[in-house]
Design a protein around this ligand. Structure first.
Ligand code: MTE
Ligand code: MO
Length: 328
């Protein structure tokens, strides 16, 4: 029987690669690369050394003029913003591998053209190009905490627009209760999708009240620029009161439905990852505590906050759901 290999989420935090080891390894790899390039380059080619990011090598982003967007001051942090280098190089994006260092592999993702389908229980299903969608809404910057179910966290300046605006464009029928999100599927670009034991494509879902809550954010950028591929370009969800796995990356379809969507992780490991996935320090993961989190960049241990600190915005959504398994 096929053995499952390297299932990152199934590791205890203590078994996961510690951030300092990760950083040192990355620094080392970079140093080697720069050193060998310098050694190999003829002096008259010196200008090509360190030619810049993968994006600099590609076509200019057609939405670049929309950045940086104005910051919405309503969402405040209780900790410093995480370094951009960490947010763009310590990722979960299983389509490109189950380890954290998928940034280079993710550059294979073609993000133009990018069509997004809106279907299911809506007045009229339609498809919209990402570049058209992004100009129908108003982009803003928000500082949000991000808490992964693996017990690490970051603080990120995302750019995007309220998911409520997308729901309004979709015009769901009154009978729709949920929105199901689907990531692209293309094993030729995303080698992780050749791992047949995962239930591709990546699926997640929200109730309509969750999707239209002011915090639910459709993200198109970060750090004042269009989103990097490894962070889920061109369009991903961010729901900061939920564990990070809810934040579906590189979305190609929104389906409105009256059936609760079954997510990628729920299909794979339903005993450990449920629908609601709300952050709660008092409900441990079956294999580790959720009481504290490791802050990426500093390695500081902080107590985890109920609803990841966003209770004033979202706690009311769950009144009367006492019998539900609200937490992952
Ligand atoms: N399509 C897709 N979306 C995904 C994931 C994934 O593997 N595939 N991982 C999730 C998890 S577990 C987390 S913590 C966040 C990580 O987002 P980041 O890499 O931008 O920090 O993306 C979420 N969205
Ligand atoms: Mo996560």
């Amino acid at each position: 029987m096929m053995m499952r290999k390297r299932r990152g989420w199934e590791m205890r935090e203590s078994e996961a690669t510690p951030e300092d080891v990760f950083r040192d390894r990355r620094r080392l790899v970079k140093g080697i690369a720069a050193g060998s390039m310098l050694a190999a380059a003829a002096p008259w080619l010196g200008g090509v050394v360190g030619a810049g990011s993968a994006r600099a090598a590609g076509a200019p982003d057609p939405t670049a003029d929309l950045y940086p967007a104005k910051r919405n001051p309503r969402y405040v942090l209780d900790r410093p913003i995480t370094d951009e280098e960490d947010v763009t190089h310590y990722n979960n994006f299983y389509e490109f591998g189950s380890q954290k260092e998928i940034a280079d592999a993710a550059q294979a993702l073609k993000i133009r053209p990018w069509s997004i389908a809106i279907d299911g229980m809506v007045e009229k299903p339609f498809t919209i190009e990402f570049d058209d969608l992004v100009r129908k809404v108003t982009l803003e910057e928000r500082l949000y905490r991000h808490r992964c179910v693996e017990a690490w966290s970051m603080a990120v300046p995302w750019t995007g627009f309220p998911m409520k605006a997308l729901v309004e464009l979709a015009k769901p029928l009154g009978s729709a209760k949920y929105v199901r999100m689907e990531t692209f599927k293309d094993p030729a670009e995303a080698p992780g999708q050749k791992q047949f034991w995962y239930p591709w494509p990546y699926i997640e879902g929200l109730t309509i009240p969750e999707a239209t809550n002011e915090l639910a954010f459709m993200v198109t950028g970060a750090y004042g620029k269009p989103l990097e591929k490894q962070n889920g370009a061109p369009l991903r969800l961010v729901t900061p009161w939920k564990y990070g796995f809810k934040s579906t990356k590189s979305i190609v379809k929104f389906t409105f439905t009256d059936k609760r969507p079954v997510s990628f992780w729920e299909t794979l490991q339903g005993s450990e990852y449920g629908f609601w996935a709300n952050v709660n320090p008092d409900v441990p993961h079956p294999r580790w505590s959720q009481a504290t989190e490791r802050v990426i960049g500093t390695n500081e241990r902080r107590p985890t906050l109920i609803w990841n600190g966003y209770g004033e915005f979202v706690a009311h959504l769950y009144d009367g759901l006492k019998n539900e398994r609200l937490f992952a």
